[in-house]
Design a protein. Structure first.
Length: 155
């Protein structure tokens, strides 16, 4: 007599596939953070559809006006609408962040491919990385400041 399939275990596997992703099952914090991030991204990308004023336009009649129903974040000292400037500035910030991530992935991919295919390049890249990691970042900031301000080195 052939054994019949187990409906309970197959039902569990189907429910497991249809359930929330694993990161959402960890707790509410990752889900809330993801929702907040998605709302910010959508709000910045859809900004031209709902921004009430031009972010660069000058409104001299309402100079330094506080927040109100008409001006959500008020007017700055240059007579510009702050809500429009913040939301439209978020688009530029998103563009810079995504661009930096794409560039870093591309550079890392090239370095990884060169390092993987050529053993001597791998040794050179590893020595460069070892020298960069030898100085803790907490010590590199004063060195950068010292160099950028022009103090030291016989000046």
């Amino acid at each position: 007599m052939p054994s019949s399939p187990r409906p309970a275990s197959s039902l569990k596997s189907v429910l497991r596939l249809l359930s929330l992703p694993k990161i959402w099952r960890v707790g509410p914090t990752p889900m809330i953070a993801g929702i907040v991030l998605a709302v910010i991204v959508i709000a910045c990308l859809a900004a031209p559809l709902y921004v009430p004023y031009d972010p660069l336009a000058i409104d001299a009649l309402h100079r330094l006006k506080g927040s109100s129903a008409e001006h959500l974040l008020g007017i700055d000292s240059y007579d510009r609408h702050m809500f429009s400037r913040v939301v439209m500035g978020g688009r530029i910030s998103l563009l810079i962040g995504v661009g930096a991530a794409v560039i870093s992935v591309a550079v890392g991919l090239v370095i990884g491919l060169v390092s993987g295919f050529f053993r001597t390049a791998d040794a050179v890249i590893m020595r460069i990385m070892d020298s960069l990691m030898a100085i803790p970042s907490i010590l590199s900031w004063p060195l950068r400041w010292w160099r950028s301000t022009g103090r030291g080195c016989g000046r």
